[in-house]
Design a protein around this ligand. Sequence first.
Ligand code: FA5
Length: 344
Amino acid sequence: MTMLDKLDILQQTALKALEALPDLAALDAWRTQYLGRKGQLTQLLRSVGQLFPEERPVAGHRANEVKSALEAAYERRLAELKRQARAQALSAERLDVTLPGRSPSLGRLHLSTQALRRVYAIFADMGFQVYRAPDVETDEFNFELLNMPPHHPARDMWDTFYTSRENVLLRTHTSPGQIRAMRQYCPEPIRVILPGLCYRYEQVTARSEMMFYQVEGLAVGKHITMTDLKGVMAEYARRMFGADRKMRFRASHFPFTEPSVEVDMDCILCGGGGCRVCKYTGWLEVSGAGMVHPVVLHNGGYNPDVYSGFAFGMGVERPAMLLHSIDDIRHFFSNDLRFLEQFC
Ligand code: FA5
């Protein structure tokens, strides 16, 4: 068989094989087989040199023709297979943009967090900063420095979770934070609120949880009087519960304030007429409060002859229950989404 015959046959077989190639990977293999460095055409081109000198120009010319023809055919097939691959991908990954969207389920703030943020905003407007104090406290801070030495009967007001470590407990109220804030800021004046969780070893009922939020308030300075406390409490009640809320101070007792009061506001459900929620008194308890006891001021580092202050401590869930007509405090931390999703 002459060289020219061999070239003809190679061209025909290669072109035929090219048409049958299914995809780009096969095309690559085809190129290696015919046009690659060790490919069939390259080998033939090399053997042109072994022909008689008079045969070489014709054979060389023809070999180059075949090479150009195969290369051109390769480029055409490459473009075609690429087009096919793209069309296939497009139809496999087809996106129907007319389908209705799937809305992601959004998280939301817990009801207690929402209530806390409202409280922060109201007190921020009155110049109070948020001060964070720890949930795990010592007996000293939770009781002693608040004027309740060991065995003081007032400790019975707070049923306490003690830990296995001596003198370490879960705070029963946010009041121990008062001492921490005073010791940090003394002798500067103070205006802070101290929000956070409190824990009590209590019978859990519709009104009482073993874990709940409180917001403590503390102001210390040189001329602070009970009228300042009254003004702050009235402003809070007005902004939290409505512009025409009425309030009253009722004498009470806390070991860390003197005098001590309970702050009440007229019942937001019956307007003061008397109902089941206010136990037919017309009043709802908002907060315990009073003037900071001289012993507590002293324990915080302030001279009680020069400085005075007021403090208050209120719950967060109970007022939120009133605002949203929630009849059981246990809903707050039982994590039932059907309850939590109602408040956004
Ligand atoms: C105190 O805890 C005082 N430390 C408050 C205080 C601070 C007085 C500063 C004076 C100066 P009391 O035990 O009353 O007080 O609790 C305050 C508020 O916490 C209550 O009015 C109530 O809203 C909330 N609270 C108390 N116990 C529970 C409970 N078990 N579940 C839910 N809320 C509670």
